[in-house]
Design a protein around this ligand. Structure first.
Ligand code: TMP
Length: 241
């Protein structure tokens, strides 16, 4: 396959493919935090995230949530629909943690009565600043209708993800999504859903099963990501029976 590197990311590289509206993603053995200021090679991470996000996206597809994922190509590669990424990080919080606790002084672990959606402007040079609907309109990142659609899809995705993780005894604390516009102009879920982009707490021990282990220098993330993958796989096999 003749392909060219289109974009070099922190966790994956994006390549063209034989088809004009299809891209190949290569998941990298790289962990970053603090907007790339902390960076390490973590052998095996690319494969794990490629498999985890593929299982989750295929489940979301079954639930009619449109997304860019097409299929797994190899251990660390997948094919996705080509989209133009909307430069917004859409964060949804079910439980207080991370920057929410730091910014608002809310105790970590506080259950939020309703999910809270936040937006960040995806711009490395500006350190992905926190923005609101009016900034989004001012910067023409999305129209009012598009933003309303992104919010309603995010709530739908939250319900689907809560169920997926609940089934494997994991609490979905919060997560970050990215959306893109496909060749027809439709807004679809893109990027990835992995322990890099979600806070996941084990239901019985309340320990982190996500990138906080790396962010807080608490140990090796590989066995933790393996644990998430094997629980998702086992649950999938139960369902197929
Ligand atoms: P935060 O508490 O640091 O704002 O993060 C909220 C959620 O978003 C958490 O699950 C981690 C995820 N996230 C990303 O995936 N990428 C990012 O760049 C940031 C800041 C957060």
């Amino acid at each position: 396959m003749e392909t060219t590197l289109i974009y070099e990311g922190k966790a994956k590289n994006v390549y063209s493919s034989d088809e004009p509206n299809v891209l190949r993603l290569e998941y990298l053995d790289q962990a970053t935090a603090l907007n790339g200021k902390k960076k390490d090679v973590v052998k095996g991470k690319g494969e794990l995230n490629n498999q985890i996000t593929s299982l989750i996206f295929s489940e979301l597809s079954k639930q009619s949530i449109s997304n860019h994922w097409i299929k797994i190509l190899s251990k660390n590669e997948q094919l996705v629909k080509k989209v133009k990424i909307i430069p917004l990080e859409v964060v949804l919080r079910n439980v207080a943690a991370g920057s929410f606790t730091r910014r608002l002084g809310v105790k970590e672990g506080t259950i939020l009565e309703h999910p809270i959606i936040e937006f960040y402007y995806k711009d490395d040079l500006l350190d992905d600043p926190f923005i609101n609907d009016e900034h989004i309109a001012y910067l023409s990142l999305a129209s009012k209708d598009e933003l309303a659609y992104i919010k309603s899809e995010t709530l739908k995705i939250n319900n689907a993800l809560i169920k997926i993780f609940d089934d494997i005894d994991v609490t979905l604390v919060d997560f970050k999504l990215e959306f893109g516009k496909d060749a027809n102009g439709a807004i679809i879920l893109s990027d990835e859903v992995t322990p890099d982009t979600c806070r996941l707490w084990d239901k019985s021990t309340r320990t982190s099963l996500d990138k906080d282990i790396y962010r807080k220098d608490l140990g090796n993330i590989i066995p933790i990501y393996q644990e998430i993958l094997s629980r998702l796989k086992n649950k999938g096999e139960d369902k197929d029976v």
